[in-house]
Each structure stands twice: as C-alpha cells, then as structure tokens.
Design a binder for this molecule. Structure first.
Ligand SMILES: NC(=O)c1ccc[n+]([C@@H]2O[C@H](COP(=O)([O-])OP(=O)(O)OC[C@H]3O[C@@H](n4cnc5c(N)ncnc54)[C@H](O)[C@@H]3O)[C@@H](O)[C@H]2O)c1
Length: 437
C-alpha cells in the first residue's frame, strides 16, 4: 500500500475550503487524472485512488501525458498539496462522492474485459458509506451500473436513493484536443432515482457547465455506446469514400471539405489508417457482445467494425504495391512509419493501427523504423522497438515512409530524401513524393 499523503510533497494542506465537497476519483488514467484536476479547479477536495503505484509515482513526478493546461493544473495541485494520491481504497469511505474511471478494454476475441471495472466497483461497494454519491463513468455495457454497483450495494443492506446515491455519467474527454476545454463539454447523467441524478449532477457541476439528465443509468450507458458507435460507422464510411475517390481519381479531402460546408445534416469525419485508443476500437464491441445474449445483431455496426479493423492491412497492401512498382522486394526494403500514437498530440499507442502496420511489414521481411517524438519505444512482436530521429535516417533514407500520425508542429521536410511517402492521414499535402492510401 502506498499512502502518498505521507509524502511531505503531498501532505494534504488543501487550499480549498475544508467544507467543500470531497471526491474520491478511482482510476487516474487518461480520464481520471484530468477529471481530478477539473474537480480541484471546481473547489472540490480530491483524493485520487489508483491500483498502480507506478502511475501514482509518475503523477507525482509530473511524468504524465496531459494537455498543457492540465499540466499547469497538476503542477499547482501538487505544489499546493491539493491532490492526495493513494493506492488504498479504504480512503473511499471518507469521501462525499466517488467517481469511477477505470479502463474497460476488450480482449483478443473482441470480448469486454471487465476485470478492472469489477475490481474497482467491488472496492467502492465495500467502502461505501451512507450519504455518499457514486458515479460510474467508465464506458461499459447497458446494465453495468445496476449489476456492479446497485445490486451489490442493496445486498449490503443499503437503499439506493435514500442511503446512497448511484448514477452513470459517461466521460467524453478527448485527450490531446485543446480546442474544447473539458469544462465546456456537457455531461449526460442517469441516476437510479431522481435524487440520485440530482446528487450526481451536483458533483458533475463542479467540473462542467452543463449536465443533461436522462431517466436511468441504462439510458446514459447506451448514450455513450451510441456516441462512439456513431463515430465508428462514420469512420468506416469515410474510409470507403476515400477508397472510391481514389478509383474515381478524386481527392477525398476536397469532397469532405465541400460537404462540410452544409450547415445541417452533415458532420465531417477523417479517413485514415484505422482507429486506435481506448474508445472507438473497443466500445461498439460492448454493445455487440451484449446483444449476442439477446440473439440480436447490428449488421451495419458489425460491418463497420470489420472494415475499420482491416484498415491497417490495406495500408500495408498499398505499401507493398508501391515497393513493387519500384521493383523493391519486401525482404530487402526499408520502411519508416512516421507517427505511431493513435492520434496527434498524445503518447497513447493503445490499439494504434501503427503497431499492426509495423508487425505486418516485419512479417514480410521489411526492415521497419519509426519516428515519433511522443513515443520513445513501442512493443511489437513481443520486442521493444526504439524510435529513430529523422537525423538518424537522413544519412541512409528508407525506400518508403508511411505517414501514420502527424503530431502538431512537426515538419516533413526531412522526408525529401525518401522516394515514396504513403500518406495515411490524407492531409499531408506538404509531404514530398506524396501518394495517398
Ligand atoms: N481515453 C479516452 O480517450 C476516453 C474517453 C472517454 C471515455 N473513456 C473511458 O474512460 C474509462 C477510463 O479510460 P482511460 O483511458 O482513462 O484508462 P487508463 O487505462 O488511461 O486509466 C485507467 C487507470 O485506472 C487504474 N485502475 C485500474 N484498475 C483499478 C482499480 N481497481 N482501482 C483503481 N484504479 C484502477 C489504472 O491503473 C489506470 O491508471 C474507460 O472506460 C474508457 O472507455 C476513455
């Protein structure tokens, strides 16, 4: 057990009022940490609970992937001892409110991996006390809040809506995106009773300016799954549009930008090498998995998820074709993948299509390098692959570059010596020798 509160740097002499609401944030990852910082900015007293002592140490050392504005908030919170960090779930019982934001990934069979969520909910239930408001924010199947919080709390003899107040409120954070601040994003909340919704809304109001209430936790759970399934389907559609634009000798981005001038009934999506991160590749599978028990399917969504999953192989096929067009055998080719995180401006490589692209190229015998100032190393085929700097590659340029993710303020001039640049972002018009996927 690590009680970082004992550390002189984090002893909790909070600068926020002692009578302000105290909130335990369970899970301090890409969602939980910015949420904890937003709550502190909203004058809550926050204790962050995470099972990973490594993560806690990195937060204390400010060695975490955050927007610059959240970095500044974290620095201030640590300097002013406003953030208590611990791996001891017993502290949960001391909080007025609890927010759960632990990971909900899928396994290799596309089945929800609910281990972290069950463990977190179990520790919240066993440490719950009368008067507390508990808000689950992790994306999950419809009925999770009831199965993992409401029923076990009732088994403990607590009456929901009287003794303890339970709600689901999906997180909508967009890591790496500073164009919309976390506080401006409206939150949806669905409580087990009206009082549960009202109390949960009061907690959420500490970190957002607008809360939209729905009638139940289930409605809020399905709202989140619908939002991300909507993205997945539209990404699959725009990828298809990119492919047919190529066939018709048109530039897909020109068509998307033109369609986006329509002020209603249209929303632009970007084609690319596939999808990554903890949301779009995973969340729709929570819905598809659950529906199988009802013997119901969603063919449109299944097809979209299949198309998205196949996208990295398409990039590799295009890379093979381009190498073949220059008579370069794959087993003597050198390829650099530019940008390996799943999207610009973040270090996150979870589910990143770049990893599959690198593995597939290696399977073909290609010598693969990568360049990404945000990601010093990645794990592919069970081995660590270290990133190169452009300077290391300029002396002996690769045969082909696959432009996967373009981070903010990164120039592509160094690719001038690379004879072929396969642009999987579809937007790198300044890339030398550019060919779109
Ligand atoms: N990352 C995103 O862009 C994003 C956006 C919206 C919603 N979400 C959803 O938010 C949830 C959290 O995602 P994330 O990206 O922050 O995950 P993450 O992996 O970045 O962080 C989760 C943290 O929870 C900790 N944890 C795991 N089990 C725990 C337990 N039993 N008790 C306490 N801590 C525990 C982990 O150590 C980790 O630090 C997921 O359901 C995800 O789908 C994520």
């Amino acid at each position: 057990m690590t009680e970082l509160r004992d550390d002189p740097r984090t002893i909790a002499h909070t600068s926020v009022a002692e009578d302000s609401m105290s909130v335990a944030v369970v899970g301090l990852g890409y969602v939980g940490l910015p949420s904890a910082l937003a709550l502190i900015a909203g004058s809550a007293r926050v204790v962050g609970v995470d099972v990973s002592t490594d993560r806690l140490t990195r937060i204390r050392a400010m060695d975490v992937d955050l927007l610059p504005s959240d970095h500044a908030r974290l620095r201030r919170a640590l300097e002013l001892h406003e953030l208590t960090l611990t791996d001891d779930p017993a502290v949960i019982s001391g909080a007025d409110a609890v927010i759960i934001c632990v990971p909900t990934p899928i396994d290799e069979h596309l089945t929800p991996d609910l281990r972290a969520l069950s463990a977190a909910c179990e520790s919240v239930v066993s440490n719950a006390r009368a008067g507390q408001t508990i808000v689950l924010t992790s994306t999950s199947y419809v009925g999770t809040t009831r199965d993992m919080l409401i029923a076990p709390l009732e088994e403990r003899g607590m009456t929901i809506g009287t003794d303890v107040f339970v709600a689901f409120s999906p997180e909508r954070i967009d890591p790496g995106n500073s164009s919309v601040s976390h506080d401006e994003v409206p939150r949806v909340v669905g409580g087990q009773t009206e009082e549960c919704s009202a109390r949960a809304a009061a907690v959420l109001a500490l970190m957002t300016s607008r809360v939209h209430t729905v009638s139940s936790p289930e409605a809020a759970e399905l709202t989140k799954l619908y939002e991300n399934t909507f993205r997945a389907v539209n990404i699959a559609l725009v990828n298809e549009l990119a492919d047919v634009s190529g066939v018709l000798d048109l530039q897909v981005t020109e068509v998307i930008d033109a369609a986006a001038t329509k002020p209603y009934g249209f929303m632009p999506f970007a084609p690319g090498p596939g999808v990554g991160g903890h949301c779009i590749p995973c969340d729709p599978h929570y819905l598809l998995w659950q529906l199988r028990t009802h013997r119901v399917s969603m063919p449109l969504v299944e097809s979209a998820m299949r198309d998205i999953a196949e996208r990295p192989s398409r990039v590799v096929q295009r890379a093979r074709d381009l190498l073949a067009s220059r008579a370069i055998p794959t087993d003597s080719a050198r390829v650099v993948v530019v940008g390996v995180s799943y999207k610009p401006g973040v270090e996150d490589v979870r589910e990143s299509p770049a990893l599959e692209i690198i593995e597939r190229l290696q399977d073909l015998g290609v010598e693969v390098h990568y360049v990404d100032p945000y990601v010093p190393h990645v794990r592919v085929h069970g081995h660590e692959l270290l990133g190169d700097s452009p300077d290391e590659l300029i002396g002996r340029p690769p045969d082909l570059a696959v432009l996967h993710t373009r981070h903010p303020e990164t120039g592509l001039e160094w690719l001038a010596g690379v004879p072929l640049v396969l642009d999987a972002t579809y937007r790198a018009f300044d890339a030398p020798h550019r060919v779109a996927v």
